[in-house]
Design a protein around this ligand. Sequence first.
Ligand code: HEC
Ligand code: HEC
Ligand code: HEC
Ligand code: HEC
Length: 419
Amino acid sequence: MPRSIRSFCTLWILWAGLAAGQQPNYIGAGGCASSNCHGATSAAPEAESRILGNEYSIWSVSDKHSQAYKVLLEPRSKRMAQILGIADATKDKKCTSCHAVGSPERSVSDGVACEGCHGPAEKWLGPHTQKDSHAASVAAGLIDTKNLVVRAKTCLECHLGTGDKIVDHDLIAAGHPDLAFELDTFSWAQPIHHREPKPAAGNTLPRARNWAVGQAVAFTEGMRLLASRANRLWPEFAELECYQCHHDLRADSWRIQRGYAGRRPGSLQLNQARFDVLRVMVEQLAPSQSGAVNGAVQQVASVVSTRLGDAGGVASAAMAAARQGDALVNAMLSADITQEKARGMVKALVGDIARIAGNGPHSAEQATMTLDTLSAAYLGNQPAAQQAMAELYNYLEHPSLYQSGEFAALFRKVAAKVQ
Ligand code: HEC
Ligand code: HEC
Ligand code: HEC
Ligand code: HEC
């Protein structure tokens, strides 16, 4: 940006800041879209620019976040609103808290815009174009998405939910998709609009690091959300394994074949997806924490299965698990996942796939995304591997037809192709 424009921006922003008081305002995606800022039509060569420069085009053309408001105008959103007694999905916080974030009122149709993830730009828009301004921008309200923990938490605010941004069983039963998340897979699906991180000393496979930190943060935040739900309105069916209730009744049920692993037959089962893969990850990458994490998780699952009505017991077990999770996040931030370790992790996952698959389609989905992200980390984005992965994703498209034995066999087959 030429200096004159930059200082103009700075002045305007200072004025706007004073006018608005303390809480910084959103500027809107249009404020980032100038062709010499983030609105170029193609990516700049790396030698010329640290950033791609075409972030706005990527977001507006390929990134579903730019459509997040528009889906609220579709018939399925209207029906959802009708069922839930919401007058207008495009105006109600029950929907806009996740579907319209990062824009001022006049450009709310931008959905989840730049500032939805990067923070309100009023106070950092001008200054952030200066060299080495990152720390100052963060102090002025830029969300530090370079920090993997901050990044994962930012995504999870909407892709898991919080006390104020809620996708619960009421919304799901009204037609909202069920939420699942894995940081690295979702970052590439978004798709990423930053340069692919390069291997560094102590961080041999950056994508595997993203996955590991993402798993640990999702577990921790998931346990905190479970605790807050238990404290507010319990039981919350969205915390339980969905298909234990939503399946056909068949004499040759795979659940009966699998057995109930220490639980009373037919007792309710916590959604294990947040820690089924995590458990294998801890054994491989932080074995000294394995006993404590497993013990804490086992306690949560057991309170849910044996004393579902004991909301206080669920909440305190979940908080204890979240504290284990915090220590795990720190361990994952410094774990160096080498090629050998990533392949070892895949091998361990294959070894444990019968147990994981037995906990249902959500756990199977986490195992699938993990295989995808780890194999991409050590193989690169190879078309043959992606084709093999598609078989697993396709299988999971029909969760009510899911059979744990069938999934486990397919997982072993696909893993052999990408190992
Ligand atoms: C906690 C945040 C959150 C809230 C609150 C929320 N949503 Fe969503 N919604 C999401 C996310 C995240 C997705 C994408 C899920 C995925 O594909 O993994 C989504 C997906 C959708 C989709 C499917 C879009 C598509 O492209 O297939 C519709 C429709 C939708 N939401 C409507 C609504 C409506 C209507 C409300 C209010 C009643 C609402 N949402 C509330 C986070 C939220
Ligand atoms: C869904 C969340 C999300 C949205 C929406 C989003 N970003 Fe990003 N952006 C990220 C993440 C995560 C990164 C990678 C971490 C980083 O480099 O800060 C990133 C990286 C960047 C980078 C590279 C930063 C660097 O130092 O290398 C730029 C520039 C950027 N985004 C600009 C934009 C613009 C402009 C928009 C809107 C057109 C936008 N982003 C929308 C999440 C988002
Ligand atoms: C402010 C809320 C919000 C934040 C923060 C957010 N998302 Fe989303 N995300 C959504 C909503 C809402 C949708 C659904 C949009 C649609 O389908 O039109 C979505 C959709 C997606 C999709 C498409 C899913 C699909 O089924 O095709 C991906 C991938 C995604 N988000 C990744 C991310 C990542 C990675 C981050 C963090 C860097 C992130 N999101 C942060 C709200 C958010
Ligand atoms: C403890 C049992 C239980 C659990 C666990 C549960 N549900 Fe439900 N679900 C119900 C009941 C009961 C209804 C209401 C059925 C009715 O009124 O006809 C329902 C309704 C629904 C509906 C709308 C009706 C239909 O048949 O499609 C959807 C969709 C749904 N649930 C999805 C989910 C998802 C996804 C999960 C997991 C995140 C989940 N449920 C967890 C019991 C459960």
